[in-house]
Design a protein around this ligand. Sequence first.
Ligand code: ZN
Length: 342
Amino acid sequence: MIKSTVAGSLPKPTWLAEPEKLWAPWRLVGDDILFEGQSDAAMSWIKIQEDAGIDIVSDGEQFRKHFVHGFLEEIEGIDWQLMTTMGIRDNRYDAQVPTVTSKVRRNKSVHGQGAKFCREHTKGKLKFTLPGPMTICDTIADTHYGSRPKMAKSFTELLNKEALELEALGVDVIQFDEPAFNAFMDQVPIWGIDTLHRAIEGLSCKTAVHICYGYGIKENMDWKESLGEEWRQYEEFFPSLNESRIDQVSLECADSHVPLSVLGLLKDKEVLVGAINVATQEIETPQKVASTLRAAMEFVDPERIIACTNCGMAPLPRHVAEGKLMALGEGARLLNKELGIQ
Ligand code: ZN
């Protein structure tokens, strides 16, 4: 049976944060009130995902402002007053990032409280995402470590502790988000995969890595325009990724110029096939979702396919994201019916 899940983020309700914006400031003030609001938002997304028939649900990243900085906010050794404008994802766009000024430390759990809440509110499979070490290093300035692989190693120790805690709380899938893999392809076999291996050490739950072409924001769309007819970034590091100990790989396939034949390089992995385009507000038909998944089946056995979104849906209007979730669930069901699995 082809199961379904989401890549990660979902829009925040307008009462929680400014909508359709990355790094949107919270609208609730005070830690307790904010956590209550985040919890209500997560619970509502869990319900909507379950209504859509999504098999492995997520908190929609309601407990964090941004998929990287949400984790970093709780880490010591980072100066949030020392904000630097940095060209991220190989200078694709500028972001305001904090600066590492001393050895990084995690003195308390970052997402434990949120994960515990979600675990209590769904009986189904639960997924939690964490930023990958290479992507963290590409979303923060550094005056302490002097080299990205060195800094990544330190962050990886913290990510491993966080991941072990999430697993102990009953999280079924832990995913590391590594859009930076698509910007620094040659670095992936050199140190990207090694750091992921350290991040998953000791875990027995499913592990995943998400590698996309970014959120549906203008800078990413312009970049995609420049990539030509065929996007072959994945091809460069998939052979090493296939040899890795990560169980699942989450990819961008809907409306993308990625030749699906590259999926054939992931013969030993479960493949989260992105069948929802997060860069358009047009809601896919279930038939279109099914046809993207069917195309992937030419290179991946159906039992290794999980229907997914191309990337997070945080910047989309809430009703659009809801519609897309419904289409994703329905599309997977259509295909299962076609395959004779109800
Ligand atoms: Zn993504």
